[in-house]
Ligand binder design. Structure first.
Ligand code: DGJ
Length: 686
């Protein structure tokens, strides 16, 4: 391996001992970079002594290798037993600081994935301040890399962004306290020529739901340093003698068969080794959510009307969204007052849920536990529960303030209320929402020199509360949400097997959003609903059937007033549900292939899933914009068994897997915009 240590001994490079090549830190591949001692690329670890000295240099101290993977205290992380994975613990130290750094690498046997995390222990006699602790560092030679990230905004999350990697530092980050709509804690370095099916890809994804940074940096020697971890901006952690700091985990995935290979590795890793709980491998109930049906304007009668229509159509669950508690008739009040508004729901939740259950439906409910409205009993009693900087008025977002989730007493107060609500009726699903970024990030419970810990302590608090919820209500199906997909990250997936993908429920916009999301996250994690038209997001009108086809690959549901549907639309629901039951599992548990991207071609979208045993394949095709063409399209399929014969459920045609893949599947000719079809191939005897 010494050849990797080649240096060009560039001039103007600091060194410690003349002739010692390994002293040219700035030109060497470094496993985990310190600071202040000659490696001028990004520092993974920055430490400040009480005198204000800022330098840290790590040297190898020892290692051990063992089967399985240790859990990370208080943090979400991938998991695996001795048969699944092997862990390397690499111990390094800085003797001057008395600091021990343990680098963990877990390699999964059947997946091209390595999960990394870092633990820092202060073995010295003085308190130290950690001002940067990144979780992963990867030094590579540049190979004409492109940098791939997922950029977005509210209602347009996770748009795929690919550009040539330039010189210097190229960075994405979130300082909003959540992983955010704007940037996703994901970065991949992709060979310039790589496509869905070929080329090398090095990807990182952060198992964390708060501030993060990801950066690729091309140095003077055309080396690339890729790093990921908690955003150093505003971060500071006081490490007393004997204390340990655990940094969250980064998942690193390698693919030599293009982006598709990367995607399938992430999907398998997350489905098999991150998501937990009873719904991990189980079909999720189809649901109707009342948000876009009623917003805040509902009562028991209205909900039961919707529930009745849902039951007649075969939908399995009613979810009551925002507005059932306190005196919340709009978004200006009551967050923090988690008791039922009896004016809307007389007799409380128990009465309503019994009636809904009697119709044969399960029941789910929306909550937003991290927030407090200034107009709430909770705020009037405990104004100090909100994050705030003394002397500043507090910055509102959607008329609300953020609770100080770093405080145990604040969490306990909200949790006790939630516990009562969830124990009061047969509630089988919770949608945990979070509708604004963090500002005024200061806590009364932290000393002055610990305020830099707040953002991270907040995230740890959220994790602690969700873990408690799952422990006390183990049957629960939890769905996370943050104004749509503002906190769609692997950290949240450790607690909830599904996340609300976006507040944008227009079927056509959703194609792009779901394509970007599925680049990393399994289809089984994406909440996807058939919503009303004209769309509440962008006023577009699309056929009812196309909306159902766009939602089919995800966790399927309806989010509109079922009682207002036309007779024809209502009549389509049982068939749509039947299709979800019959083929939804292939999307949820199979291998995903991106065949065509509307965001790239501007005309049509096609994704495909193949069951793990390769006996069944489904192609979800959406014909977005019509274009007069002389010839109809033929779509090469992927992932089939070349030697297996497959019958098309639509045309009854039987061809070999090789013929479907290399010859392709003729797409149905469609006239008009916003149309679509599901195409199914089943293994056939010849
Ligand atoms: C934002 C969510 O994304 C919506 O689905 C809905 O639950 C609203 N919040 C309710 O306030």
């Amino acid at each position: 391996m010494r050849y990797l240590l080649r240096v060009c001994s560039g001039s103007y490079t600091p060194f410690r001992e003349k002739g010692d090549q390994a002293a040219f830190l700035n030109d060497l591949p470094v496993e985990y970079s310190g600071c202040g001692l000659g490696d001028f690329r990004e520092s993974c670890l920055r430490v400040e002594t009480k005198e204000g000295f800022r330098a840290c240099g790590l040297t190898y101290a020892g290692h051990r290798i063992f089967g399985g993977k240790p859990a990370l205290p208080g943090l979400p992380a991938t998991y695996g037993g001795e048969k699944d994975c092997t862990t390397l613990e690499l111990t390094c130290c800085d003797k001057v600081l008395g600091l021990t750094v343990r680098l963990y690498y877990t390699a999964f046997e059947k997946l091209d994935a390595i999960c990394r995390s870092v633990q820092i222990e202060n073995g010295g006699t003085e308190a130290l301040k950690l001002t940067t602790v990144l979780s992963a560092c990867l030094d590579l030679d540049n190979r004409n890399f492109d940098m791939l990230t997922l950029h977005g905004s509210w209602a347009y999350e996770r748009m795929i962004c690919r550009k040539e990697l330039g010189w210097g530092k190229q960075r994405i980050s979130s300082n909003r306290g959540i992983s955010s709509h704007q940037e996703q804690p994901f970065m991949a370095l992709v060979e310039h020529t790589a496509t869905q099916t070929q080329g090398q890809v090095y990807a990182m994804n952060f198992v964390y739901s708060g501030n993060f940074m990801a950066q690729a940096e091309t140095s003077q020697q055309e080396q690339v340093r890729m790093v990921m971890g908690i955003d150093p901006e505003g971060f500071g952690w006081r490490l007393a003698p004997g204390d340990t700091f655990q940094a969250p985990e980064v998942v690193m995935v390698y693919s030599d068969c293009g982006l598709g290979g990367m995607t399938r590795t992430f999907h398998d890793l997350y489905r098999g080794h991150l998501i937990r709980g009873p719904y991990k491998d189980k079909a999720r109930p189809s649901l109707v959510n009342n948000w876009e049906a009623t917003y805040f304007d509902f009562n028991t009668d209205k909900l039961l009307d919707i529930a009745r229509t849902a039951a007649e159509s075969g939908i399995e669950m009613l979810v009551v969204d925002d507005g059932w508690f306190g005196h919340r008739d709009n978004d200006r009040s009551s967050l923090g007052d988690w008791y039922v508004n009896e004016k809307k729901l007389p007799g409380g939740l128990d009465r309503l849920v019994r009636q809904v259950n009697a119709l044969g439906l399960k029941f789910g409910i929306w909550v937003e536990p991290e927030m407090i409205s200034p107009d709430s009993d909770l705020y009037r009693a405990h104004p100090d529960y909100a994050l705030q900087i003394p002397g500043r008025p507090g910055t509102l977002g959607r008329w609300q303030l953020v609770l100080d989730m770093s405080r145990q007493d604040v969490r306990d107060c909200v949790y006790e209320q939630l516990y009562k609500i969830l124990s009061s009726a047969n509630i089988e699903y919770v949608k945990w929402d979070m509708n604004r970024p963090l500002t005024d990030a200061a806590s009364f419970s932290l000393d002055d020199d610990r305020q830099g810990e707040l953002y991270h302590r907040y995230v740890l608090g959220v994790y602690e509360m969700q873990e408690r919820l799952l422990r006390d209500f183990p049957h629960l199906l939890l769905e996370n949400c943050a104004s749509g997909g503002g906190r769609f990250d692997p950290g949240m997936l450790y607690y909830s097997p599904q996340i609300w993908t976006s507040d944008n429920t227009d079927a056509i916009d959703r194609l792009r959003i779901q394509e970007g999301t599925a680049l990393i996250y399994p289809l089984s994690t994406m909440g996807a609903h058939v919503a009303a038209c004209p769309s509440h997001t962008n006023s577009r009108t699309t056929p009812f059937e196309t909306r159902a086809l766009a939602a089919l690959p995800g966790c399927f549901g309806y989010e509109l007033d079922l009682t207002k549907l036309s007779t024809e639309e209502k009549a389509m629901i049982p068939g749509q549900l039947e299709r979800y039951r019959k083929y939804g599992w292939v999307f949820r548990t199979g291998d995903y292939y991106r065949l065509a991207s509307y965001s790239e071609n501007g005309e049509y979208d096609a994704l495909m899933a193949v069951s793990k045993d390769k006996r069944i394949a489904v192609v979800d095709y959406i014909h977005v914009m019509s274009r007069e063409r002389r010839r109809s399209l033929i779509l090469p399929l992927q992932g089939l068994d070349e030697n297996q014969a497959y019958r098309s459920a639509e045309t009854r045609e039987v061809r070999s897997g090789a013929a479907w893949m290399y010859g392709g599947m003729p797409l149905p000719k469609m006239r008009g915009d916003f149309l679509g079809q599901l195409m199914v191939l089943e293994a056939a005897a010849v």
